[in-house]
Design a protein around this ligand. Structure first.
Ligand code: DNO
Length: 356
């Protein structure tokens, strides 16, 4: 497997490339043009600028997270073919720079959702937290809260300009039920697959986070049957998964190691995140150490190792520790600790294999 670290770009991240270079084992920066709106073409000169910056530090740029999908594509809106055309052009441009995996999601209106971005943990650190009962509230109220909590940083899907048009977005999704959303996802992927094959780029969908419907909006990639349906609906080696252990693992009924063993050949990108469940359905993100949460981090690593996983991997959200001021979930220190934990387990599994 190839270790990556998500980075939001110069001037847009508290973490620097020189800091990331000091974390053992990281060869890839998981990147994106964060200023781009869904539907816009990523131009080659813009991509080249990132390439020059990353290669100056010896990093690869094989994984983009994310090229976001326009709402017209998700809702079969008037301009969906135009935006699919733009997406295809972006893939072609990315392939000129050696991009191999494009992560995206098909969640309506919001990307990942939490109710508390800096929830205190008993050890004095803070972490992302989800309180089920608070989600029933009006999404506009929720949006206002999130904006005040993010302390100037934007969370994907919760950008101020997007939240300003919240009512319009909800209106747009009224005619899109779960089956319509599945059909729109298939339409999108069917159009992309020939280009993906030609460009050797895998499309890697991120599961819905959390893995259940919120604010009355349908969500698709929520459990093992849904993952199976997704992969057989477009049965192409370029139609792949970003297997996010923390997203699927937020539902205690999901056995993430089993899902990995079952679909390993179609996992292009792995996110390793640990969550702790509470009996009332709330959950908290925690350190990557297996026993700190309920996701089964060691079994997950063992599943990838047993399958001979050679795709890309990154530690997902970390806690905020040592007074670090950073994007929610995306600080330097806890993600660096997460990498050392993952690599420690992985290297030991390699050693044990050598003995046999
Ligand atoms: C959360 C991330 C997601 C992910 C998108 C993919 O931290 O894992 O925001 O990047 O859902 O499009």
């Amino acid at each position: 497997m190839k270790m990556g670290f998500r980075w939001y770009g110069s001037g847009n991240d508290t973490v620097t490339l020189s800091e990331i270079r000091q974390i053992p084992g990281v060869s890839e920066i998981v990147w994106a043009l964060h200023y781009k709106q869904p539907g816009e073409i990523w131009e080659t000169d813009e991509i080249q600028k990132v390439r020059d910056e990353l290669s100056g530090f010896g990093f690869g740029m094989s994984v983009v997270e994310s090229v976001n999908v326009h709402d017209d594509i998700k809702t079969a809106g008037r301009n969906r073919d135009l935006y699919i055309g733009n997406y295809i052009q972006t893939l072609r441009n990315l392939s000129r720079f050696g991009v191999k995996v494009v992560c995206y999601n098909f969640m309506p209106v919001f990307d990942w959702t939490r109710t508390d971005l800096f929830h205190p943990l008993p050890d004095g650190s803070t972490a992302l937290y989800y309180e089920k009962s608070r989600i029933k509230r009006d999404p506009a109220e929720m949006a206002e809260y999130i904006l005040s909590e993010t302390k100037g940083y934007t969370m994907p899907g919760w950008e101020p300009e997007r939240l300003a048009g919240l009512n319009g977005l909800f209106e747009l999704y009224k005619k899109t039920d779960k089956e319509a959303l599945w059909a729109n996802l298939k339409y999108f992927l069917d159009a992309l697959m020939p280009v993906c094959r030609e460009c050797d780029i895998k499309m890697a969908i991120h599961p819905d986070d959390p893995p259940w419907d919120i604010f009355g909006l349908p969500r698709l990639l929520v459990d093992e049957p849904a993952v199976g349906r997704f992969l057989s609906m477009v049965n192409d080696p370029y139609n792949c998964l970003t297997l996010c252990s923390g997203s699927l693992g937020a539902d205690p009924r999901n056995n993430v190691p089993d899902i990995i063993r079952r679909y390993c050949g179609r996992i292009a990108f792995a996110h390793i995140r640990n969550v702790k469940h509470y009996p009332n359905g709330d959950f908290s993100e925690v350190s990557h150490r297996d026993r700190d949460g309920d996701t089964g981090i060691l079994e997950i690593i063992r599943a990838y190792h047993d399958c001979g996983f050679d795709g890309y991997i990154r530690p997902d959200h970390g806690r905020h520790i040592w007074n670090e001021k950073c994007r929610p979930g995306y600080g330097l220190y806890d993600r660096a600790l997460g990498i050392m934990y993952i690599l420690g387990a992985w290297d030991m599994l390699d050693k044990l294999d050598e003995r046999q």
